[in-house]
Design a protein around this ligand. Sequence first.
Ligand SMILES: C[S@@+](CC[C@H](N)C(=O)[O-])C[C@H]1O[C@@H](n2cnc3c(N)ncnc32)[C@H](O)[C@@H]1O
Length: 298
Amino acid sequence: VNVLELFCGIGGCATALSPRDHVLAAVDQNLLAIATYAANFEHKTLACAVADLPASLWLVTLDGLWWLSPPCQPFTSRGNRRDLDDPRCDGFKFVVQKLKELRPRRIAVENVPGFLNSRAHALLTETLRDGGYDSHESIECPIQLGIPMRRRRYFLAADRDKLIEPRPIPQRTCKWSDVIEPSLNETQCSDLVVPPEDVERFGESIHIVDPSNEGPLTIAKCFTSGYAKSPRYSGSCLRMPDGQVRKFSPREILRLLGFPESFVLPPSLSLSQQWSLIGNSLSIDCARTLLARFSQFP
Ligand SMILES: C[S@@+](CC[C@H](N)C(=O)[O-])C[C@H]1O[C@@H](n2cnc3c(N)ncnc32)[C@H](O)[C@@H]1O
């Protein structure tokens, strides 16, 4: 299947696809996201707004899939829920207009659960209904797939033909010992440690996973791009054997999200930039569940 990966970020969709699919172009206006994408995939990348895509790219993917991961801030309380009035929705509105005009064969959308009751959602679903698509919407979370991390997200699959009942995707086991770096050197550790006075001052707004705890697996909170600035309400931290608390490293969060070990983060990225890009990405396991609804995807 030929794929147009819109709002591609670091390439969550490209990672979830099978090697038999072809991303004909991946588009994002964030240069750091595109640099990370290009370090991992050979697909054509375009560092531009979706509105500036050449007409030919919309046309050559009409029989394939348009993947959309538009910005979620317009649908979150942190982003003031301005919905279609938020300029960060401009790209999404542009793509919906393209959908109306061109009726691509398949569409996949990923966003936060708050998208579900938005005007943007109404615009999308009306467009799909008028275009005669079969569509399926759900809220998926990696916890349902045995991953110890919360990341509830809205997913939509739409096809001009019939969607299918999804086949079960291969499950992976994910224990904390599969995720956590066995040993960090002193510099790595000092970059990640949360000062004890902050741990005390911020109390429950910092969620701590203690992997030495016996009993049910502790579930990490959803890591957002805000984790780069502060771990308060933006993800979880980790209790180390010596009792200190540290943030999860970007690599550890990539593992929770389902990215392979071979996924590289360009060395030019600062730690904050890495957290920020990864916090915008998606659960590969959930994305695969969505893709399994299309008949041509394995
Ligand atoms: C939620 S993130 C998508 C992350 C992606 N799914 C991944 O796996 O990393 C939204 C992305 O849309 C990009 N973006 C926002 N508005 C855009 C526009 N008008 N044109 C192109 N990219 C845009 C942002 O730079 C950001 O990387």
